[in-house]
Design a protein around this ligand. Structure first.
Ligand SMILES: [Zn+2]
Length: 75
């Protein structure tokens, strides 16, 4: 199985296990950040100011957000 195929499977698996944020109920989405793919609450994906992102660190702590695939490790 190719690396790409494994990534796709892990993304699909993550989305099927956690289709919605456990806190706010927004659909989850895949985001690429810090050399990894993350499953995260789509409310986290909205553009925001630096101050808002600092303030959100605590507020958003229980929204669904976790890494699925380490892209740099896989490459
Ligand atoms: Zn959420």
């Amino acid at each position: 199985m190719s690396t790409d195929q494994k990534i796709v499977e892990r993304v699909e698996d993550a989305l099927s296990k956690s289709p919605y944020c456990r806190r706010c109920g927004q659909p989850t989405a895949i985001a690429e950040r810090d050399c990894a793919l993350w499953l995260e609450c789509s409310s986290n994906a909205r553009p925001r100011s630096r101050l808002q992102s600092l303030l959100r660190l605590d507020l958003a702590s229980s929204h669904t957000r976790h890494p699925i695939v380490e892209l740099c490790m896989a490459a």
